[in-house]
Structure formats: C-alpha cells, structure tokens
Design a protein around this ligand. Structure first.
Ligand code: SAM
Ligand code: SF4
Length: 449
C-alpha cells in the first residue's frame, strides 16, 4: 500500500501580514522574517483582514514606541474575533525586553520571538497552532541571517537596506538596544557583496549598509568597514552606497578617505551627537567629548567638502541643566546640521541610567527644550536648503511625487529630497536637476537636459 504524503507546497498558502515599527534595522529584519515565512508556505499580504497570521515587529527604544504597539495589539482583537484561528506574533525588541510578561499582559498574543530567533518561527507557529503559547527570546552570539535572502517588502525597487551587522555593545547608559539585540557581530562580507550585486542586477540603484555602529564592522579576515564600503562601491559606479549609523567615537579618517575616493558613496553622514555638553556625554557613556566630536566634523569638512551632516539629539537627559541644553543648541549651530532626529529622554528599565541616575528633568522642561531643539533644526535645515538654490545635483529618481503624477521625486547624494517636473524620466534614472526653490524639507528644481 502506498501512503500519500501531502507535500507542504501543495497545501494552499496561508497569508502573513507584517507591521513594522522603529528603526531601519527592524524593517530589514521584517524582510528576513518574510523570507523565512515564504519558504514555509506563507504568502505576504498587505490586507490585514485576510491574514491568517499577523506579526508586529516592535521597537523598545522609547516608552511611546511601546505604547503605540500596545494600542495596536488591542485593535487586533477585532480580527481575532472575526477569524478565531488567527495567530498573532510579537517580534523584535519588545518581545526580547518583556519576554513572557508580554504573554501575560496581552492575552491576544500567541507567539513571542526575539530578534535572534527568527529561524525558529516555523516551529513556534506549529506550537501556536495547537492552541499553546510559544516563545523564543534566546539571543545569539553569532546569528547574522547571512544566508537568508530578504524578501523586499514595500519597496519600489530602487533603494534597499542591507544589514551588515547585528547587536551593540556600546552600552550608552540611556539605551535599551544592547539588552534587546545582544552582542555585536558582523556578517560575512561575501554574502553582503552577493546581496548588493543581486540587488543591482535586478534594477536597484542604491543600497544602505545598516548596523548600530557600522564603523566597528570587522570581517573574519580582519577587513574593516572602509574596505567593505570600497568593495560595495566597486560593484558598479551606478550603484549608490549609503550607511547608517556611525558612532562618533570611531568614525575614522580611513573611512572618510574611502568615501572621497568613490563618487558613488553618498556625501551624507549621520553622526548622532546626543548632547553638546561634556558632562552629559560622560553620563551617557558616549566615550567622546564635544572637542572630539567637533574634530570629527572638521575632518569631514576637510576630506569631504559638501558632505551633508545629520544627527540624533536627546533632550532632558538625567541632570541636564539649562547650561547643558544651551551647549547642545550651540553645537547644533556650529555644525549646521542638515537634518536631525530629536527626542525627549525616556527612561528604560534595566539601563544604567535607570539604575544609577534620577530622571529628574521635569516633563514640561523636557518638552520645552525639545521644542527649542526642533525649532532651531527647522531653521538650520531651511538655511542649508536655501544655500543649495542655484546649484545642480545628480538626483536618483525614486518615485512620482506625492502631489502630482507630473512630478518626480528622488534624492541627491546629500540625501536631500528633490522634486522636479517629469519630462520623460522614470524611477531609477539619474537626472541632473538645477535647484530653483526650497522648503525646510524639500528642494525643487528643473531637470538640466
Ligand atoms: N546606534 C545608533 C547610535 O548610537 O547612534 C542609534 C540607535 S537608536 C535606535 C536611535 C536613537 O534613539 C539614538 O541615537 C538616541 O538619540 C535615541 N534614543 C536611544 N535611547 C533613547 C532613550 N532612552 N530616550 C530617548 N531617546 C533615545
Ligand atoms: Fe544604543 Fe549607544 Fe548602541 Fe547606539 S551605540 S544602539 S545609542 S547603546
């Protein structure tokens, strides 16, 4: 007698809906999850109501990021009522931080998976399908998902992220990342290059190499980040290369010189400063002071003239005085950032700041300082854009503009958004655009034909 085995591929595919919160790293991880799940007979849907499985890839960096996810989980109850077999999974940093506590607090959740356990998803789902709760939050010292080819979700096929390392061991005192993402580890360079080449060959024209601190990338053969950047840039001059994030303590001249040698490495550096006060930088355990940071900015200006600078700033960290805050504003002026991500300090359980310092800046004072920082940045961004009026930039077209099908939008090497009339150009084209006007957020111009 022959037994008939139903091959998994012959079963109808089930539908997975993934929602992602937080940093670019999380978006990149969701693509790895997408790949693991499509290999296991799921297909991805962007219609939540038809999903058999909902994943939320979460962020823990600030309290409000977690609150948003909790509120969203409440909304999922409705879908579970409509479809009783529906499985809900919480992935990423919140899963890692809260572990089984999250299963107790949020009854609608079936599966909890930390950022290093995505390969275990098929097994965890088979447990959840029997009605039991399933959890894996084991952190790994070596998981890089190097062999997994990410499924490109929500992408227009022009620009892609490539994760080159995972984890962080810098232990800035305010930050939860070392606890939720574990030890720092670098991905093997061959797999990074293969992924970048495949993206280029399938029409992508920009890759962003991702890690919490890309400057400390180290391959097994001892090559560092500058060599990796050079190898990716050499794939093709038409492939733009970006990276995020650099830690100021180890942004090297070697990297700046490599950038200068390759025009397709974009002239834009994100260099989070966090604060302009030496006292606060020390309490944050950032391992550089204001003078060091200014020295790095001067090196960028010398080696890479015209390079755009962006940053992250935290307002109202423990014991921050008006004088400390003023120093942050002054440093922002001195650098003249083109762009910034600005946050109010949010205390995170388990961090050194939570254990050792008092979160003693009044909420209203934090809000006022953050507003002053944002207002100044608006002015700096506008000034920087105004200085570009009259210049011509090479723009990589990404899409039709939000306002009109007759306009295209894309970025210049400095990562500024440029909008211009379409003519016969299309997404993926490189177009020289002469800038004629600007707002705080956008440059506007005409193609130079
Ligand atoms: N690894 C990157 C670095 O060090 O530059 C940044 C990673 S983190 C996802 C992005 C930003 O979130 C940080 O640069 C910091 O400004 C902000 N951040 C981290 N922890 C925070 C906290 N507890 N409260 C407010 N902002 C925080
Ligand atoms: Fe967090 Fe600091 Fe690591 Fe960035 S470098 S992820 S801020 S601990």
């Amino acid at each position: 007698m022959t037994t008939h085995k139903i091959l998994p591929e012959l079963e109808p595919k089930r539908k997975l809906y993934i929602e992602t919160y937080g940093c670019q790293m999380n978006f990149s991880d969701s693509q790895i999850v997408g790949s693991i799940m499509t290999d296991n007979n799921f297909e991805i849907t962007d219609i939540i109501a038809e999903a058999d499985l909902i994943f939320v890839n979460t962020c823990s960096i600030r309290d409000n990021a977690e609150k948003r996810v909790r509120a969203r989980l409440q909304e999922f109850k409705r879908y579970k009522k409509m479809k009783p077999g529906l499985i809900i999974g919480v992935l990423g940093c919140m899963a890692e931080r809260l572990k089984s506590q999250l299963l107790e607090e949020e009854k609608m959740v079936d599966v909890i998976v930390g950022p290093d356990a995505y390969r275990d998803l098929p097994r965890l789902l088979s447990i959840a399908e029997t009605g039991q709760k399933a959890i894996n939050v084991i952190l790994s010292a070596d998981e890089t998902y190097a062999d997994i080819n990410p499924v490109r979700l929500d992408s227009k096929g022009i620009s892609a992220f490539i994760s080159i390392m995972r984890g962080c061991e810098n232990f800035c005192t305010y930050c939860v990342v070392p606890f939720t993402r574990g030890k720092e580890r670098s991905r093997n360079p061959e797999t990074i290059l293969t992924e970048a080449k495949e993206l280029f060959n399938s029409g992508y024209r920009e890759v962003t190499l991702l890690g919490q601190n890309v400057n400390s990338y180290q391959s097994e053969n001892g090559n560092g980040f500058a060599q990796l950047m050079a190898s990716v840039a050499e794939i093709d001059p038409r492939l733009r290369v970006r990276f995020a994030t650099s830690h100021p303590k180890d942004l090297s001249d070697e990297l700046l010189n490599t950038m200068s040698a390759y025009p397709n490495i974009c002239r834009s550096i994100h260099l989070p400063v966090q604060s302009g006060s030496d006292k606060i930088l020390k309490l944050m355990n950032r391992k550089y002071d204001r003078q060091w940071y200014q020295g790095r900015i001067e090196a960028i200006r010398t080696i890479l003239p015209g390079c755009a600078l962006s940053t992250d700033i935290i307002a109202g960290f423990c014991s921050e005085t008006e004088e400390d805050h003023k120093q942050t504003l002054e440093l922002m002026e001195w650098v003249g950032y083109d762009y910034a991500f600005m946050f109010k300090y949010s205390e995170r359980a388990g961090t050194t700041a939570e254990k050792k310092y008092r979160d003693d800046v009044d909420e209203l004072v934090k809000s006022r300082r953050l507003k002053e920082i944002i207002d100044l940045q608006q002015e700096l961004s506008y000034r920087s854009n105004l200085a570009d009026v009259g210049k011509t930039f090479e723009v990589l077209v990404e899409r039709f503009s939000k306002k009109s099908q007759k306009e295209l939008s894309g970025r210049n090497s400095q990562n500024k958004m440029v909008v211009f009339p379409r003519h016969n150009f299309n997404p993926g084209d490189y177009v020289n655009v002469r800038i004629s006007s600007c707002t705080t957020a956008t440059l506007k111009g005409e193609a130079v034909i």
